[in-house]
Each structure stands twice: as C-alpha cells, then as structure tokens.
Ligand binder design. Structure first.
Ligand SMILES: C[S@@+](CC[C@H](N)C(=O)[O-])C[C@H]1O[C@@H](n2cnc3c(N)ncnc32)[C@H](O)[C@@H]1O
Length: 278
C-alpha cells in the first residue's frame, strides 16, 4: 500500500473514531446551522443522514444493482440495502472491510481492492462514488466505470472538486478539476444527466472540523508537548523541531480549510449515463 494511501486511511480512521458514524462523508446541512452552538457532532450525524437522502434521490427508478466504489465503512451500502437495492462495495483497506461487513450485516459483498484493479464478470446498473473520486485519476474513473456498466447504465458521483484549475498545491489539491473530470467522462462515452452544487450545505462541516480541532486538537497537542518537556526534555526538543519543520505548515493550512474551499473548490453531485459503450 502506498504511503499516500496510508496517510489517507489514517485520516479516515481518525475521523471515524471522532464521529462514531457509519459514514465517512461531509454531510448535508439542511437547514443550515443558524447559531454556532448548532455545530455539534450529533447535528453532524444528522447532516450525514440527510446527505444519504439527498444523494440517493438522484438514483433513477429502474436501478436494481449498485457497486459502491470507495464504500468506506458501509453506511451508504446499508442505506441502499434497506431501500431494496442489491449492493456490492469495494475499498483498498481491510479495516474498512471489517466495518463494512459489520454495518451491512454481511448482506453486501465486499472486494478488498482499488477500483483501478477491480475485475468481475458481471455489470451493474449504477456505479456509486460517494466522496471517493478524489482518490483516483479521472481517466481511471471513466474507464473502470464504463467497463462495469452496460450502455444506458449510470454513474453517480458526489465529491469536492476544484472550480479553480490554478489551485494545484495544498490540502484539497487531489480533488478533480471540474472541467477535467467532465472531459474524461465524456470521452469514455458518458453524458451528464443531472448535477447539483451543494457547496453551501457541506460547508458547515468544515466549520465544525476547524472549531473542534482548535478546541480539542491543538490543546491536546500542547498538553502532550508540555508533559514531554517535563519528563524527557531532549525528546521535547526533537518534537519541537519536527513540529516547526513539517507539522506547523499542515496545521496552519488546516485552520484555513474553509477559506481555501470557498475560494477554489465546490462540492457537486453528478449523475452520468453511459450512452455508448466504447
Ligand atoms: C472519504 S471516504 C468515503 C467513504 C464512503 N463512500 C462514504 O461516503 O461514507 C473515501 C473512500 O475511498 C476509498 N478509496 C481510496 N482510494 C481508493 C481507490 N483507489 N479505489 C477505491 N476506493 C478508494 C477509501 O478507502 C474510502 O473508503
């Protein structure tokens, strides 16, 4: 497993422990929080449920089988199973596999693989990428999705995307440029059926992360640093050097996440249809 994937998995596992939710996505805040005290983890969990309602309202009526790509720990799959869909999921992480099978009560098959490496002898009615597209190249998404659909099949994709193609470095730089993703999907034979921008409704989650990190994250780091400085001063000096060299920049950027998002990114739900299998 690559180092980047290991970093991403570490972040996802941290997030899962904090929220104790079966979803790993940003949620959909509707109504928007009107007071700062509405920004709480229980409200966030409600927003995640509302995200599932919103996302799956895009599924066309005739769909029966779904492949959940980058399925995380199974919240979306469990939701779809409860609606009567036949669901399979995949992700390249064995920890998620365990949680996925638990959360779906072993009713959905799980494949421990990257989408790029996935092979099967059957097709699906719909391929779902709920906040997982940013981990894969646009051409790979287009090619792999087209291979697993028959003509007329659907791709439902929801994620943060770069509205500013000039934003190329930083925490959100792995997100697709809207126009580039469009181009790759069109070239593979897809046509856009429906799209909606939900940037406003996911943004409160960024406020919540930043506020929680400021309140709990930074004070915990400071407390641990104080303890180390008392107990083992040489380790503290090393820690301080590592902090200044690598960690400080990441923290400063993390605290700016909402501004970066508003300036350079958007969050879209897109429903694509494979018109012509190439
Ligand atoms: C932010 S989580 C989203 C999880 C879930 N879809 C949800 O909405 O709760 C991103 C997911 O993409 C998966 N992922 C990352 N790289 C992948 C790849 N190359 N192929 C398939 N899944 C990948 C991660 O392991 C994780 O399950």
């Amino acid at each position: 497993m690559s180092q980047v994937t290991r970093y991403q998995n570490a972040a996802l596992n941290y997030y899962m422990r904090l929220t104790n939710s079966p979803y790993l996505h940003y949620g959909y805040w509707n109504p928007l929080p009107s007071e700062p005290q509405d920004l709480t983890v229980p409200q966030f969990r409600k927003a995640q449920q509302a995200y599932a309602d919103k996302l799956f309202s895009f599924i066309p009526p005739q769909i029966k089988t779904v492949l959940d790509v980058g399925c995380g720990i199974g919240g979306n799959a469990a939701y779809l199973l409860a609606q009567g869909f036949k669901v399979e999921g995949l992700a390249p992480d064995s920890f998620q596999e365990e949680k996925f099978l638990e959360n779906t009560n072993h009713q959905a098959k799980f494949y421990l693989t990257k989408f790029e490496d996935f092979q099967t002898n059957h097709t699906y009615d719909l391929i779902l990428l709920s906040e997982s597209s940013q981990y894969m190249a646009a051409d790979d998404i287009a090619r792999c999705a087209a291979n697993l659909l028959d003509s007329g099949g659907y791709l439902l994709l929801a994620d943060m995307m770069r509205s500013n193609p000039e934003y190329k470095e930083g925490i959100f730089s792995n997100c697709h440029v809207v126009a580039e993703l469009h181009k790759a999907l069109m070239q593979a034979g897809f046509t856009l059926v429906k799209a909606e921008d939900i940037s406003t409704e996911i943004a409160p989650s960024l406020d919540l992360y930043i506020e929680s990190f400021q309140t709990w994250g930074l004070s915990t780091i400071k407390y641990i640093a104080d303890l180390v400085s008392i107990a083992v001063p040489p380790i503290y000096l090393l820690f301080r050097w590592i902090y200044k060299r690598w960690i400080k920049k990441l923290i400063v950027e993390g605290l700016e996440a909402k501004n970066i998002f508003e300036k350079h990114l958007c969050y879209q739900i897109q429903l694509w249809q494979l018109v012509e299998k190439k």
